[in-house]
Ligand binder design. Structure first.
Ligand code: ADP
Ligand code: MG
Length: 331
């Protein structure tokens, strides 16, 4: 049984990107307005560090914080239906302890000093030291996947792909949380920085360029005409000079989290291509809101997939909206 539990924990965090996603979500759940990510080594295997200025962790939680299934976000099972925090399963920190060496630096507003906690692979606290720090939490993971040589070597080989995915992930969080200041350093080099104020468009300008912003038109629709769905955001103008050569900047967000919606993205792309030409891809920053009870969300290890119950009605309505937007008649 213990072994089985270990397997399921190890599967909760499949790679560095999944680990980083969990840590950033924890920081957001803790109300952070500043999140600094620091990674070192191929695929962040040497260091994965996320520092936030959120609530910090109460000393009463130290002992259990990295234990499997420990979460401060659910008090009763009934709350499971209404969770609005990003995490609630209490698996991320326990998984990370299993996969690497974990240290936490943390301080709450009430605590007089900060604490530095070290953990063993089972999530037990092995050491507590007092340290000076501001309110918030820093999670430091070193030697990630050392005990899993096969996964480690595959991640080592895929450094470039993994780095792109890590950057993309932080970009997505920055886009969906314009009020949070994000920074990302890779091997000591500052790769990304946002200001933490302004709108989604400001973040787009900070992440990409102000020219990118000038290529966009707003999306604002309730495509099915009832309260069932609402889409807001931005998409490329029908202008060849604004097109991208790959679908690499198409983001869909649902309730402030990045999700995957391949069908919708490819639908928009196809309509866009009818107007702009083949091999042209629009930028897409789309926020989706759906009524409770009209969708399911499948939380896979590293991505979220949204299943809309009446998907064909929804996609048809979207087709109409984007055909009008791009003045495409025969789709
Ligand atoms: P979950 O997020 O599902 O509750 P985690 O394993 O990710 O589970 O985290 C366990 C607990 O540790 C959280 O419920 C929260 O109380 C605490 N925690 C983790 N990261 C932070 C953080 N950055 N700031 C404050 N508390 C945190
Ligand atoms: Mg979590």
């Amino acid at each position: 049984r213990a072994c089985q539990h270990q397997i399921s924990l190890a599967q909760a965090v499949l790679d560095t990107t999944a680990a980083l996603k969990e840590l950033v979500e924890n920081a957001l759940d803790a109300g952070a307005t500043q999140i600094d990510v620091n990674i070192k080594g191929p695929s962040a295997l040497n260091l994965l560090q996320v520092a936030d200025n959120g609530s910090g962790i109460d000393a009463r939680d130290f002992e259990n914080i990295c234990k499997p299934s420990y979460t401060s976000k659910l008090q009763t099972l009934e709350q499971l239906g209404s969770v609005r925090t990003l995490g609630f399963r209490g698996e991320a920190l326990a998984s990370l302890c299993l996969l690497g060496n974990v240290q936490l630096l943390t301080k709450t507003a009430q605590a007089t000093t900060g604490s530095c906690l070290s953990f063993d692979h089972s999530g037990n606290v092995t050491r507590i030291e007092k340290v000076a720090r501001e309110r918030g939490t820093t999670v430091i993971v070193t030697n990630l996947f050392d005990a899993f040589p096969v996964r480690k070597s595959s991640l080592q080989k895929a450094t470039k792909r993994e780095t792109t995915r890590l950057l993309d992930l932080i970009q997505q969080f920055a886009l969906v949380c314009p009020g949070v200041r994000f920074s990302l350093s890779i091997d000591g080099k500052r790769t990304l920085k946002t200001q933490g104020h302004g709108s989604c468009l400001d973040v787009i300008a900070q992440l990409f360029s102000s020219r990118t912003v000038s290529c966009l038109v707003p999306i604002d629709t309730n495509p099915t005409q009832d309260s069932f769905a609402r889409m807001t955001g931005y998409v490329s103008k029908a202008d060849k000079s604004c097109a991208r050569s790959a679908a690499d900047r198409q983001y869909v967000f649902f309730r402030s989290r990045p999700i995957e919606m391949r069908k919708l993205c490819s639908l928009i792309t196809k309509i866009y291509q009818k107007q702009v030409g083949q091999h042209s891809y629009p930028l897409l920053f789309l926020h989706l809101e759906l009524e409770d009870g009209t969708f399911d969300i499948n939380v896979a290890a590293d991505k979220r997939q949204l299943f809309i119950h009446d998907a064909s009605t929804f996609l048809e309505a979207c087709t109409q909206y984007f055909c009008e937007l791009y003045k495409v008649k025969d789709y």
